[in-house]
Design a protein around this ligand. Structure first.
Ligand code: NAD
Length: 250
């Protein structure tokens, strides 16, 4: 049901973004990939999905502009690129704070402002922002990430209202813990910040949050993103969709 639609997924060379790109391509969308990685692997993904790749760094306005120019007019925009850093607030590196706010929040402002004119003109569009359970609730030692994701929720509601009569919807998807390189990468710092072993971090910190006691799978998040792109979802806008094993129900 997405043939003829062009979909840009930021941060789609890995993890959740890649699963979203695969799910959209399976429904016939022409996909634009973005993100870093090994050149041969990215070529392989482009071939697998019939996709193109624009590798811009989204921590700057210029990088976001380069991406949108390379992607061309898009009908579906998924702001998914993100990074994490775990440290007590008084030790939080200032550069990390700036980079996390730039990538996890400000990049979405830039891509949206550049994507919206085409969507409005064509009378149809889907904007999906990958937020997080941390857009609704907090955990310690993730000050920049939690601030950025709460901000992304507010930004999404605002544009949903602005675009309400244009055929363009804007929603957040908020995963709990999904087993991806982003999660694996924060385990050592969490061990250090909390004085725990690897198994304790997995079971007593991460899965302790999720009543299902299971990590969310990237393809489950891909399925939710594709669902929001269905034609019947035109009245679903300004919402923040949890996919977190019950975490934020507690
Ligand atoms: P990941 O590390 O597997 O993938 C991140 C992607 O972003 C990669 O493609 C990477 O190349 C790209 N990227 C990183 N820095 C970039 C930059 N400066 N410019 C452009 N692209 C860049 O991470 P993931 O777990 O798949 O996370 C994807 C999104 O989901 C993030 O926004 C993250 O905050 C969110 N999220 C993840 C989880 C989880 O448990 N994994 C939970 C909730 C929300």
């Amino acid at each position: 049901f997405l043939s003829g639609k062009r979909a840009l997924v930021t941060g789609s060379t890995s993890g959740i973004g890649l699963a979203m790109a695969r799910a959209l391509a399976a429904e016939g969308a022409k996909v634009v990939l973005n993100g870093f990685g090994d050149a041969a692997e990215i070529d392989g993904l482009c071939e697998e999905l019939g996709a193109v790749h624009v590798g811009a760094d989204l921590t700057t306005a210029a990088g976001c502009e380069e991406l949108m120019q390379g992607a061309g007019p898009v009908d579906i925009l998924i702001n998914n690129a993100g990074m994490q850093h775990v440290a007590p607030v008084e030790e939080f590196p200032v550069g990390k704070w700036d980079a996390i706010i730039a990538l996890n929040l400000t990049a979405a402002f830039h891509t949206v402002r550049l994507a919206v004119p085409h969507m409005k003109e064509s009378g149809w569009g889907r904007i999906i922002n990958t937020a997080s359970a941390h857009s609704k609730t907090a955990s310690p030692f993730k000050s920049a990430y939690n601030a950025a994701k709460h901000g992304l929720d507010g930004f999404t509601k605002t544009i949903a209202l602005e675009l309400a009569q244009t055929g363009v919807t804007a929603n957040c998807i908020s995963p709990g813990y999904v087993w991806t390189p982003l999660i694996e990468g924060q385990i050592p710092d969490t061990m250090k910040a909390r004085g725990l072993t690897r198994d304790q971090v997995i079971n007593d910190v991460l899965l302790a949050k999720q009543p299902t006691k299971k990590f969310v799978q990237p393809d489950e998040v891909g399925a939710l993103a594709t669902f929001l792109c269905r034609p019947e979802m035109g009245n679903v806008t300004g919402a923040n969709w949890s996919i977190d094993g019950g975490w934020t129900a507690e």
